[in-house]
Ligand binder design. Structure first.
Ligand SMILES: Cc1ncc(C[n+]2csc(CCOP(=O)(O)OP(=O)(O)O)c2C)c(N)n1
Ligand SMILES: [Mg+2]
Length: 254
């Protein structure tokens, strides 16, 4: 898919996500919206995966470590015609360890599938992540890509106030990882960044995906309370107006 098609797909997913969360009266809309672009790009463009391939041992793997955003993943899976093939959790801090295991398994089995793990920036306070980071380096897991959804917010406020991350690139480089940064709000940046990963460099990969929590809905952007806030009827209607407008604009640009 090209950048325009991917951007439109993500806008369509954003609208469907809003319907799902509003109808269920449950979910974590802020972090869903910041990470929807990267999940859309992975499932529609970057990963070697399709509904026909769910039992193929060579398919790429995806782990949603910030498992509270599962409704965003379900939206993407629905758009691609899948039955959920992925691992998710709601206890933060476990996804990268699972990903390390899958990446080691690929090496042992001499398979060249890739494993992608999406984490939150608030999630970076979980100590188990750094054990996984050491193991990734030790086993030279260049088939593993960890992504941090860097939206600067977590459940209780700004990440730098709750548990400061300072320079994520400096920290992960020190662990021996190959680090890249991208604009996760922009499909061109996402596509370029993944295209530039060297899967044979002997190092695990970390991408800092700079995003906006609540992306795409004006009154939700960068507002901490939309971490798991629920729109009322009026807010839902306003969100739908904005989402429909975005879709129409993108369609006219195709
Ligand atoms: C082990 C664990 N501790 C606490 C929580 C409660 N919790 C749910 S979401 C969240 C904040 C996560 O922030 P972040 O990783 O930045 O997610 P995002 O901003 O992408 O939604 C917390 C602390 C949890 N799910 N698991
Ligand atoms: Mg966050």
């Amino acid at each position: 898919m090209n950048v325009k098609e991917l951007t439109l797909q993500s806008a369509v997913n954003r609208k469907r996500l809003m319907e799902i969360v509003y109808n269920a009266k449950a979910g974590h809309i802020g972090g869903d919206l910041s990470s929807l672009n990267v999940m859309t790009a992975l499932y529609s463009d970057i990963m070697n995966i399709s509904p026909a391939q769910v039992k193929d041992p060579n398919r790429d793997r995806f782990i949603l470590s910030k498992g509270h955003c599962v409704e965003a993943l379900y939206t993407v899976l629905e758009s691609r015609g899948f039955i959920a093939p992925s691992l998710t959790n709601t206890s933060l801090g476990h996804g990268l360890s699972i990903g390390v295991g899958m990446a080691i398994a690929a090496k042992m089995d001499k398979r060249n599938y890739k494993t992608y793990v999406l984490m939150g920036d608030g999630e970076q306070g979980e100590g188990s992540i750094y054990e996984a980071a050491m193991a990734g380096h030790q086993y030279k897991l260049d088939n593993l890509v960890a992504i941090i959804d860097r939206n600067h917010l977590q459940i209780s406020g700004n990440t730098e106030d709750v548990m400061a991350l300072d320079s994520i690139p400096t920290r992960w480089s020190a662990f021996g990882w190959d680090v890249k940064e991208m604009n996760g709000d922009d499909m061109q940046s996402i596509k370029d960044t993944f295209a530039n990963i060297d899967y044979n460099n002997g190092k695990p990969h970390l991408i800092v995906s700079n995003t906006t929590k609540g992306k795409g809905i004006s009154f939700m952007e960068n507002v901490a309370s939309w971490h798991h806030g629920m729109p009322n009827e009026e807010q839902y209607q306003q969100a739908m107006v904005e989402l429909n407008q975005a879709i129409e604009e993108l369609k006219s640009q195709l």
